[in-house]
Design a protein around this ligand. Structure first.
Ligand code: GCU
Length: 406
């Protein structure tokens, strides 16, 4: 629904497992000099090297400089969701860059006496679309046109609650978790010129082939929201999970890979450039994603369009960067564009890295039947249905959080 550039899948895309071809994946436990990674200390170095390789070749460099933030609470409702939750709205401003728009964060907190674990995920269409709550201001930021809900790139009243189904706030809060969200377009509107007037116009170096892309910016924004959450006494800062669907799932993975303050990561159908192996010729390809969405990745990523085998990394190594923290990778069987099998294999090939920590990752090499979650510290499911976030998905994420993010 939120495609900025319409997908025109040509030439023919492969959906035939027999035609995927053979490939050799880079080994996460062999470093760039060819030395084996044997200990956790070796992995700590290899981790840095891998982040650097993803920055140089895929997502671009995340600027390292600390940015001064100002947090402003704009509204608090201590009896939201019929008294179930505290709802807080907080804007994050950039002190040195007053012209940049704020990141407007919407938070639902359970009414607990203790600090709660939290799911932190960006949304596609403004905080007003996550819930039908009419007191949440309609975002005035640029939005992709979606019929009546967005006209001339502005949200209309029809957008309220449009994606509420994807955010079962009440269930989340009842289970004792906080939900933290913000519109991804607050950080960077999702179109090729969206960087103008946003964070990538003041940080980074646009002349460089590894200057950061929009996914890098969204991931960076998630870390800035995490900065705010460090100051929120009702949140248990050691139990904040990064979660995201699709393009925002790619960002959630890159955020969790770089920022170890995220206690766990959940990738919902992140597909190409997310959890799916790039070397598999199946569904979306590196060339296609770079063509449809030129602003998502760094310029150098495009040099691999026809030479995916030359990438010094593959996406299982992005997933391995989450180790030893819990990771959930989810697919949908009618979403073959995201390559469910490729996402499963991405998760599966993290196993040796988790093993360094004495942990079992997926613990299986068999692609599960639909609606059969598998795995231990790394979990996977391929649910029936289309590209979406459903109650089924959330049910699994809540159980995963209950069991592993304690
Ligand atoms: C397109 C794109 C995917 C992306 C998806 C989404 O389908 O090709 O890479 O994940 O949009 O964000 O919904």
């Amino acid at each position: 629904v939120h495609l900025v550039n319409a997908q025109t899948p040509e030439p023919v895309f492969n959906y035939d497992e027999a035609k995927v071809g053979t490939y050799t994946l880079p080994d996460p436990l062999i470093d760039a000099k060819g030395k084996p990674v044997k200990t956790r200390a070796d992995w700590a170095n290899r981790r840095k090297e891998l982040i650097q390789l993803f920055a140089e070749n895929v997502y671009g460099q995340t600027p390292k400089q600390a940015v001064k933030l100002r947090f402003q609470t704009t509204a608090v409702d201590s009896s939201a969701l019929n008294g179930l939750a505290i709802r807080k709205q907080v804007s994050i401003f950039f002190i040195d860059y007053p012209k940049l728009p704020s990141i407007d964060v919407l938070i639902y907190l359970p009414k607990n006496n203790r600090a709660s674990a939290a799911f932190l995920g960006l949304n596609f269409c403004g905080n007003h679309c996550v819930t039908t709550d009419a007191t949440i201001p309609l975002s005035t930021r640029w939005m992709a046109n979606t019929g009546e809900a967005t006209i001339t790139n502005q949200a209309t009243g029809k957008a309220r609650g449009m994606q509420a189904r994807r955010w079962p706030v009440e269930t989340i809060v009842k289970r004792g978790y906080a939900l933290v969200t913000a519109y991804y377009g607050d950080i960077e509107p999702d179109h090729p010129k969206g960087w103008q007037g946003h964070i990538r116009s003041v940080l980074g170096d646009t002349t460089q082939p590894d200057n950061w892309g929009a996914i890098g910016a969204w991931a960076w924004g998630m870390s800035r929201i995490l900065d705010y959450l460090q100051t929120e006494p009702k949140i248990d800062t050691k139990r904040i999970m990064s979660i995201g669907h699709s393009r925002i799932g790619k960002a959630a993975l890159w955020a969790g890979a770089q920022d170890e303050r995220f206690a766990a990561v959940i990738s919902n159908e992140s597909g190409e450039g997310g959890a799916a192996l790039s070397r598999r010729w199946y569904g979306e390809t590196v060339e296609r994603i770079n063509t449809s969405f030129p602003h998502w990745f760094c310029v150098r990523y495009k040099t691999y369009n026809k030479h995916v085998v030359d990438l010094p990394i593959d996406q299982h190594e992005l997933l391995a960067l989450i180790a030893p923290r819990p990771l959930y990778v989810a697919s949908a069987s009618d979403d073959q564009w995201s390559d469910p099998k490729g996402e499963f294999l991405g998760a599966m090939h993290t196993e040796p890295v988790y093993k360094l920590y004495g942990k079992t990752a997926l613990g299986t090499t068999t692609f599960p039947t639909v609606n059969q979650p598998v795995g231990q510290t790394v979990r996977y499911h391929d649910r029936t249905g289309k590209h979406d976030v459903t109650d089924y998905d959330w049910e699994q994420y809540l159980r995963f959080a209950d069991e592993l993010v304690r």
